[in-house]
Design a protein around this ligand. Structure first.
Ligand SMILES: C[S@@+](CC[C@H](N)C(=O)[O-])C[C@H]1O[C@@H](n2cnc3c(N)ncnc32)[C@H](O)[C@@H]1O
Length: 237
């Protein structure tokens, strides 16, 4: 297996399901507890508030064990969650709050998901290269008119470390996590400029960009980007 590939990401996540479920459900990840969980909830609620429909439909792409779906469903949204790992989907279904299905990003298409959604949300789940580009390509076909595409990801500046500030695969790390984690997934680093180009080149309009700050460190804890489809005639594949 290639050490740096979208496939390797999945292979690594398979080994870390149990500790991840514990870490998320026991709120062991400080930046999530302090900042980023509420930040993505607020971003979805605020940026979709203009949609004057009784129930906003959300697709949580790479939902993991489903915490975000549970939160959003308590706020009145109707959530479908997708993840490649059946173990996560089993856990999510056990706890409820959404309709959860096993599906790899590479399988997402208007054929496989004939429903349309008001919000597509990816919370720290866009990790790879081709799989992410695929989601950007198909997302417009899954969105209702005026729908939004919301992404929370590692902030490129604060996550760059000592490496050069340019796109490329990087080795993962579980630094700060419990000893039960192993074989960290590689990830594809994108600069802020590259994220912007990805939205523009795939026919989106980036409507909002925010940088939630960790109050303990004073550093950006993440990057949140909210986009809409620029025009149905401007979908470049
Ligand atoms: C860091 S976790 C985030 C999970 C969840 N969004 C959260 O906020 O807790 C990344 C998730 O992306 C999923 N994932 C990674 N690559 C995937 C792929 N190609 N298809 C579907 N899910 C994938 C993993 O299984 C994992 O659940």
């Amino acid at each position: 297996m290639e050490p740096f590939s979208d496939k390797k990401i999945i292979e690594s996540w398979v080994k870390n399901v149990a500790p991840w479920v514990t870490a998320v459900q026991q709120q062991q990840i400080t930046s999530r507890r302090l900042v980023t969980d509420q930040a993505i909830i607020d971003a979805v609620m605020t940026s979709s508030a203009h949609l004057s429909i009784p129930t906003r439909k959300v697709l949580d792409i790479g939902c993991g064990e489903g915490w975000l779906a549970r939160e959003l469903s308590q706020l009145g949204l109707s959530v479908t969650g997708l993840d490649v790992l059946p173990e996560f989907i089993r856990e999510a279904n056990k706890l409820g709050g959404g309709d959860f299905r096993v599906m790899a990003y590479e399988e997402i298409s208007a054929q496989n998901l004939p429903e349309k959604y008001d919000v597509l949300v990816c919370n720290f789940s866009l990790i790879g290269k081709e799989s992410v580009e695929h989601i950007f390509r198909v997302a417009p076909s899954l969105l209702n008119t005026d729908g939004i595409f919301a992404i929370q990801t590692l902030h490129p500046v604060t996550s760059c470390g000592q490496d050069p500030y340019r796109d490329g695969w990087r080795a993962g790390s579980w630094a700060g996590f419990s000893d039960e984690f192993c074989d960290p997934a590689p990830w594809y680093f994108r600069t802020l400029e590259s994220w912007f180009k990805l939205f523009r080149d795939k026919g989106y309009r980036l409507r909002e960009l925010s940088e939630p700050i960790n109050p303990e460190t004073g550093q950006a804890a993440s990057l949140i980007m909210i986009a809409s489809v620029a025009s149905p005639y401007h979908q470049i594949t």
